[in-house]
Design a protein around this ligand. Structure first.
Ligand SMILES: [Zn+2]
Length: 383
């Protein structure tokens, strides 16, 4: 790959400079025959990391479909099973459409859950593994084996998840051990056993609310300790942390920090969520993501992590520049840490996954979310 020099860019809010890239890494000095690209005074940020997506569910680019699901989780799951037949959308084509959109928005890494259940078997896994390899040069994709409709209550699912990991899926997923399966102990044990057998990490959807949800969360944290999986487990959502008493919240966060469990929050519009500032103060690894984008779960979403950063700031009542920069950090470096990616960004020594944004500064970029963006992935200008 030829060397690349991007002139006249401002890393974060710094002064204008040139960024030199060799072999996919930002270096101090320009190469002799470097390709030169005019940065046009844009700010240069680490490329976005969308750490929670559902690439196999999106209807992106298809004609508008009126939302048909009820409000409850079980209603949404039932609606999806019915709609899946009716829609017959091609998972591979749809996932590619959404990834293209994410790249356009400056995203260079995606963690996506992929549905596995006895009805669809490994069909979605096969589709997303093909998409992952087709996009290997332009976006890092991690997949999570996701038992959306239940694990221990759906016989055969854990075997399918095991097969998925052997096929190349990266992590073991889970969902609401008590609320979905009615047996939190068995659900948690099945997930951790599978992770132990395969050496895969874990990323669990946890939507259970209030103190009951926190009780389940305690069980998960017990398992992290018992299986010695510190540093290998992510909790997605974990709404309950934002719902319990201040004292219980503090003690949960302390334990999460000690066990090095990562948290992914999407800053949902309708629910409490784990307090961002308190997690960052404890140096808990925090990432964010789009979650469902234009699927039968929600008509919203646009695979734009700059918009996600705005939502995270807005819902956290962040207004100062340093607070807004904190959410940007979560949507870039934070995602990289949770996905265990090589450190990336616009500074010498970092992997050259960079997004150029026509903005005055980082905070203004979050507030205005300009569309003028260019993605550099592994040192190559994409698109
Ligand atoms: Zn999700």
């Amino acid at each position: 790959m030829p060397d690349l020099t991007v002139t006249n860019v401002r890393p974060f809010n710094g002064t204008a400079t040139d960024i030199h890239i060799r072999d996919g890494i930002v270096v101090d000095a320009p190469g002799a025959n470097a390709t030169v690209v005019d940065g046009l005074g844009a700010i240069a940020l680490p490329a976005f990391v969308d750490a929670h997506m559902h690439l196999d569910k999106t209807l992106w680019g298809l004609p508008w479909r009126a939302h048909s699901a009820g409000k409850r989780l079980d209603e949404k799951i039932a609606n999806e099973r019915a709609a899946r037949q009716e829609l017959g959308a091609d998972v591979e084509i749809q996932a590619a459409r959404l990834i293209d959109q994410a790249i356009k928005n400056g995203t260079a890494a995606i963690r996506s859950h992929v549905d596995i259940d006895p009805d669809i078997g490994l069909a979605n896994v096969e589709s997303l593994l093909r998409v992952k390899s087709a996009y290997a040069d332009v976006v890092d994709i991690q997949l999570v084996a996701f038992p959306q409709t239940g694990l221990v209550s759906r016989p055969g699912t854990s075997d399918l998840m095991h097969a998925a990991i052997e096929m190349g899926v990266d992590l073991v997923g889970g969902i609401d051990p008590q609320a979905i399966d009615g047996d939190a102990d068995a659900h948690v044990r099945t997930i951790f056993d599978l992770a132990e057998r395969t050496g895969a990490g874990i990323d669990i959807h946890h939507h259970e609310e209030g103190d009951a949800g926190a009780d389940t969360l305690d069980l998960i944290l017990d398992a992290v300790e018992a299986y010695a999986m510190q540093g290998c487990v992510t909790l997605s959502h974990a709404f309950c942390i934002g719902m319990v008493s201040e004292a219980r919240m503090q003690s949960i966060l302390d334990r999460i920090a000690t066990l090095d469990v990562a948290i992914i929050t999407t800053a949902p519009g309708y629910k409490a969520f784990p307090p961002v500032q308190a997690m960052r103060e404890r140096e808990i690894r925090v990432a964010s993501g789009s979650d469902g984008v234009r699927d039968v779960w929600t008509p919203f979403g646009n695979a734009d992590m700059l918009e996600r950063a705005m939502l995270l700031a807005y819902r956290s009542n962040f207004r100062r520049d340093d607070e807004i920069e904190m959410v940007l950090d979560i949507c870039t470096y934070g995602g990289g840490e949770v996905m265990d990616l090589e450190d990336h960004g616009p500074f010498p020594g970092q992997r050259a996954d960079i997004v150029l944004i026509e903005a005055e500064n980082a905070a203004e970029a979050v507030v205005n979310r300009p569309s003028g963006r260019r993605l550099i992935k592994n040192g190559a200008l994409i698109g």
